[in-house]
Design a protein around this ligand. Structure first.
Ligand code: NAG
Ligand code: NAG
Length: 175
């Protein structure tokens, strides 16, 4: 079985066939390597789905054993603070059966000057959005005050792939 470079493998033949091979497009809103996939209204805010820019995403290897990952080890950060109120709404709205695909990398609720984003360190392919809830709750419970917070969790299993997951005010920079 081959789990590497799935996105590139999927995108390149199409790009070649349609003659659109060129440098990666300019990022949206200065977000390096990511572009907006779609935006859906959720409550009073917009929910923005960020994906790898075409041709840049790779799906990481699946873990050989689920027991090697999934401990969701939280580290809090004092930077990239996000609103506790907006993050609460984001986490609540992630708990759906929706599957997200096409190299998703982050989901933000709100707008650039007041948003909460769940993001992760590498491509994981198509996954249920609800995969993001456990680590997001772990980070939220450990790192957020009544007003704001920011943090990451290491050893998070998303779609059976081991990544770092972040909860902050930005769609990128999770490593
Ligand atoms: C949501 O996004 C749409 C465009 O996709 C925009 O017209 C609208 O103003 C946005 N709403 C909020 C609350 O940001
Ligand atoms: C974040 O929360 C801390 C502690 O609750 C508070 O002191 C600080 O002013 C808040 N910062 C922002 C940017 O809201």
């Amino acid at each position: 079985m081959k789990f590497f470079n799935l996105s590139i493998a999927a995108v390149l033949p199409l790009a070649i066939a349609t003659g659109i091979v060129h440098a990666a497009p300019a990022p949206d809103n200065g977000v390096t390597g990511l572009v907006i996939s779609h935006i859906v209204p959720v409550g009073e805010y917009n929910m923005t789905y960020w994906v790898d820019a075409p041709g840049t995403g790779t799906v990481a290897a699946r873990t050989l054993s689920a027991r090697a990952c999934g401990t969701n080890d939280v580290t809090c950060s004092g930077s990239h603070l996000a609103s506790t109120n907006v993050c609460t709404q984001l986490i609540n709205s992630l708990n759906t059966g929706i599957s997200i695909g096409n190299s998703p990398r982050s989901i933000c609720l709100g707008q650039s000057n007041n948003q909460c984003c769940v993001s992760w360190s590498g491509g994981v392919g198509t996954m249920p959005e609800s995969d993001l809830v456990n680590a997001a709750k772990n980070i939220f419970g450990t790192c957020f005050s009544a007003t704001n917070g920011s943090g990451l969790a290491r050893n998070v299993l998303l779609n059976n792939i081991c990544v770092t997951q972040c909860l902050s005010n930005r769609p990128d920079g999770c490593s």
